[in-house]
Design a protein around this ligand. Structure first.
Ligand code: ADP
Ligand code: ADP
Length: 222
């Protein structure tokens, strides 16, 4: 079945309708952009799909699980094994080597230090940073810092990667490198959802979901 299925999903904040009756099916292995002006509901949609916020109406299935039937604890466990997140801000702990930043992503999984470090090294090699294991964030370029964040997100190979403006803080060259990396992960079978303001990025992806005033206004497939 699909990795993400929203049927009539709404999210209200008091009197504000941040997301209004959204229907969205994302099949395993898709690569798609979510676009729309500021305030159109992109972050809300990311939070809902990412199981960071619960819908106020409608049904949401992630990886075959009906989210409404899960406790907060079960939802956290589902999120941890299913979804990796990348944000516009890299959120890398200052003064901590890249290898440890990524390895720390496994701290709560009960795995031993040796295992965590091996997995972190594998993830950093995967994003082309095998030569930067001991570098501190400030010794890395913006593009490299975002690739460390991507390495942390793909630890444990979650089937779904959610990226919120992943190139928003990067120059066009490093932004293109991060997009190449996301495409590569998609090529390896990961479902990748990219939230972006950047038309140049969205217009070359196979699918675009366009939001307007909290509604899915249009879909484009190429
Ligand atoms: P976008 O990411 O496209 O800028 P958002 O999803 O952040 O849009 O916001 C959609 C609408 O919902 C906006 O009107 C925003 O102000 C409102 N909104 C989002 N989150 C909250 C919240 N936590 N509390 C109140 N209003 C919110
Ligand atoms: P973006 O840069 O993606 O458009 P926003 O700045 O709209 O993101 O939102 C960033 C975060 O703040 C989101 O998690 C969103 O839910 C929350 N948010 C947005 N609008 C409001 C609001 N009016 N009140 C409270 N939280 C909000």
């Amino acid at each position: 079945g699909p990795i993400v299925h929203l049927a009539g999903v709404s999210k209200r904040y008091g009197s504000i309708s941040a997301l209004d009756s959204a229907d969205l099916l994302i099949e395993r292995g898709e690569l798609l952009a979510v676009v729309g002006p500021s305030g159109s509901g992109k972050s809300t949609l990311l939070n809902i799909i990412g199981t960071l916020a619960r819908p106020t109406a409608g049904s949401l299935e992630i990886d075959g699980y009906d989210v409404a039937g899960l406790s907060d604890r079960e939802l956290s466990a589902l999120r941890a094994r299913t979804i990796g997140f990348v944000f516009q801000q890299f959120h890398l702990a200052p003064g901590v080597p890249a290898l440890d930043i990524v390895a720390d992503g496994l701290l709560y999984g009960g795995k031993q230090r040796g295992y965590r470090r091996r997995e972190a090294e594998r993830a950093l090699r995967r994003v082309g940073l095998g030569h930067r294991l001991q570098h501190l964030p400030h010794q890395l370029s913006g593009g490299e810092q975002q690739r460390v964040a991507v390495a942390r997100a793909v630890l444990g190979d979650p089937p779904l990667l959610m990226a919120d403006e992943p190139t928003g803080n990067l120059d066009s060259v490093s932004g293109a490198a991060v997009m190449d990396l996301l495409r590569e992960l998609h090529g390896g079978g990961t479902t990748v959802v990219i939230i972006t303001h950047d038309r140049d990025i969205a217009s070359v992806l196979p699918r675009e979901v366009r939001l307007k005033d909290g509604k899915i206004a249009e879909e484009v497939r190429r």
